[in-house]
Design a protein around this ligand. Sequence first.
Ligand SMILES: [Zn+2]
Ligand SMILES: [Zn+2]
Length: 72
Amino acid sequence: MLRRAGYLCEECRRYGRVGRDGLPVRATTAHHVKHRDEYPELQYVVSNGRALCEACHNKAHPEKGKRGKYWY
Ligand SMILES: [Zn+2]
Ligand SMILES: [Zn+2]
């Protein structure tokens, strides 16, 4: 899943954001656009997955707040 974006955060790349080291922000999480609990058949569909860094992934789950890392 993360291979598709070359391990870079898709959101940060889209907005041209870089990390503190001046390098592109690395993706740490494979986010499922449609959650696998509701759409189990989409779990391995590449177009349903996005490579995100932790900050962007947390934003993708505003309803989960600090527990976002347990919610993919
Ligand atoms: Zn990001
Ligand atoms: Zn997610």
